[in-house]
Each structure stands twice: as structure tokens, then as C-alpha cells.
Write a protein that binds this ligand. Structure first.
Ligand code: AVJ
Length: 323
């Protein structure tokens, strides 16, 4: 998407990441139905709000996955070769990876995240607690191909992709991501991946429409970010948060619904909304163990082992590259 240069220059000083954000926003709000990419939720405010979501009583995924990782840490460690480099795709709070770092005999940890500042702060904290571990942060968008640091070239690689972030991808994107991860991780790659499971619709609905309204603030924050970083003029009080479960497509959809007719300006462009018109801001796909297994097999991986909690709310899988 080619963004109009004079408008850009006038609105702000644009770095490369901001202009990618601008291009995506302008393209996605011109679609029918309108949409925004969930990767833009996570500015400083959004990351803090997501941390709050993970502690909500209704939001089961984080604590359930942590429970599985804790209970199965030594079984998971058994599939991690000695002296391996652990490559984490997207590095949030370090609670989960710490469990693997404690139980595995790793030579290196490579956190990959779009936010470089956050990565470096997290790496410094981990270096203090794991002095023998080499940590090589990579600031990159892991949804596109990137190079691993030369220092880990000779080591066996294990990917780590917790949190059911895979659920944000459309099925074809999930397949492309798993293929690309296999490419990046190289021969004899392994992968530990967390995947949210299909379940009672009420439980799903409540997890994404929490009573305290934190998810609503998280969702609306993307509009505040557009206002702040791209000079937009969204009136946040004119939009309403709503998540629904789309049963046919096995996914939660988050929407921002226009409460009234309105026109929003961003970087010299106008976007008009009908009353009730929605912006689809996120899909969170839920898998069955069978459907995830089929996806993995179709993407160059073999499922070595799968673990769930007793209530089968969430799953963690050990994958081994096929061939
Ligand atoms: C971080 C993508 C796994 O889909 O559950 C939480 C994001 N969105 N509440 C999810 C999210 C609304 C979360 N992931």
C-alpha cells in the first residue's frame, strides 16, 4: 500500500514501523467488512491491558497453559536436545519461557518480537537469572521470514510458540507460519506450541466479553493508538466492543461496532461508518486435537506428543519436523 507522502510528513515523523502500521490501517479500513490486524493491539498500553486480561477470572487460556507447562515441564524438556537454541516467536511476559529455561539444557535463547525495546528489557532480566545462557534477541515481525543470529547456526533449534497466538492466524496463514518456522529452524527442528481448544460456547463468550470490561478497553485501545500514532480522530465513545463465537469457522471474533453514523479521518483519508457497522479486529481460532494434528501434518510437522489440562480447555504440543 502506497501511503500519500505529504500527508504522512505533515502528521508525524514516521519511522518504518509506523508507516507499515499506516499502510495496513488504511488498507484494512477500506475493506468491506472493515478490519484491523490484531498485531497492532500491543503498544505499551495494549500490552499492559493484555497482561490484565491474562489475570481475569473469565480468561482461562494463560493460567491453564501455565498449569500444563508446569505439570509437564520434564516431559517437554525430554524432547529438547541438549545444547539447543530455543527460538520464541513473539516474546510476551517471560513466565512461560522461564519454565522451559529452568528444565532444559539449552545453549541459547532467541526471543523474536516486533517490539525491540520490550525485548531488550526482558533479555536483561533473564540474563541476571540465567547467567550461563546466551540470549540473542531478534527484533522482527515473526509473521514474515527473518534470519536467526549466526551464533546459533550450529545448534539444534527448538521453536516455542505459546499462548495460542497461532489462533490469530487464518487457517492458511497458520499453515504458512508453521512451514516458515520449520524453514527458519532448519534440519531436525522441534517445536513446542500452545493451542486453545474448542469448548462450551458460554465459556468462550465470557473469556472475550469479561464483566470488568478489560477486553473492551484492550479492543478500543487500537483506535486510541491510531489516533496517537497516525493522527486519527476516532471518537472512542462512539464504538462498542463485542466478541462473538463463529461456530462454523471455530473462532471467536472481536468487533468494534459503530454506535452511530460517523466519518473518521486518518492521514488525509475519510472512512465512513453506518450505525452498527463493525470493524473486525481479531479472530481467535479454537482447534480440536484432531484439527490441529491435521494442520501440523499438512505444514511439515509430526505431532510427537500432546498434553492438555484435565478439563481439555487448552493444549500444548511437541512437534518434530517431518522427513
Ligand atoms: C494473545 C491472541 C492468544 O486470542 O485469546 C485476548 C488475545 N484477545 N483477549 C487470544 C486476546 C482478546 C489472545 N491471544
Amino acid at each position: 500500500m502506497n501511503v500519500h507522502a505529504p500527508a504522512l510528513a505533515k502528521a508525524h515523523e514516521f519511522d518504518e514501523r509506523t508507516s507499515a502500521f499506516a499502510g495496513d490501517v488504511i488498507e484494512d479500513l477500506a475493506q468491506h467488512p472493515k478490519r484491523l490486524s490484531p498485531k497492532y493491539f500491543y503498544d505499551a498500553t495494549g500490552s499492559e491491558l493484555f497482561e490484565q486480561i491474562t489475570r481475569l477470572p473469565e480468561y482461562y487460556p494463560t493460567r491453564t497453559e501455565l498449569g500444563i507447562l508446569r505439570a509437564r515441564a520434564s516431559e517437554i524438556a525430554a524432547i529438547v536436545p541438549k545444547g539447543a537454541a530455543l527460538v520464541e516467536f513473539g516474546a510476551g511476559a517471560s513466565t512461560k519461557v522461564r519454565l522451559l529455561l529452568e528444565h532444559c539444557d539449552l545453549a541459547a535463547y532467541v526471543p523474536v518480537d516486533i517490539s525491540g525495546d520490550f525485548l531488550n528489557a526482558q533479555a536483561d532480566a533473564l540474563r541476571k537469572d540465567f547467567p550461563g545462557l546466551a540470549i540473542y534477541p531478534v527484533a522482527a515481525d515473526f509473521t514474515t521470514p527473518f534470519d536467526l543470529p549466526a551464533a546459533v547456526a550450529g545448534m539444534p533449534k527448538v521453536g516455542f510458540f505459546p499462548g495460542s497466538t497461532l489462533g490469530n492466524f487464518e487457517p492458511h496463514e497458520a499453515c504458512a507460519f508453521l512451514r516458515s518456522a520449520r524453514e527458519i529452524l532448519g534440519r531436525a527442528a522441534r517445536m513446542v506450541i500452545g493451542v486453545d481448544l474448542e469448548k462450551n460456547e458460554r465459556v468462550l463468550y465470557d473469556a472475550y466479553n469479561d464483566a470488568a470490561g478489560v477486553t473492551a478497553r484492550f479492543n478500543l485501545n487500537v483506535l486510541a493508538r491510531i489516533n496517537r500514532e497516525l493522527g486519527g480522530n476516532f471518537d472512542l465513545s462512539a464504538f462498542m466492543h463485542r466478541s462473538i463465537y463463529n461456530r462454523e469457522r471455530h473462532r471467536i471474533e472481536m468487533h468494534l461496532i459503530a454506535r452511530k453514523a460517523q466519518t473518521v479521518r486518518i492521514l488525509g483519508r475519510s472512512f465512513s461508518f453506518r450505525p452498527g457497522e463493525t470493524i473486525h479486529t481479531e479472530s481467535s481460532y479454537k482447534y480440536s486435537l484432531e484439527r490441529f494434528g491435521a494442520l501440523a501434518r499438512g505444514s511439515g510437522w509430526t505431532v510427537r506428543e500432546s498434553w492438555t489440562d484435565d478439563e481439555k480447555m487448552f493444549s500444548v504440543h511437541a512437534l518434530v519436523a517431518s522427513d
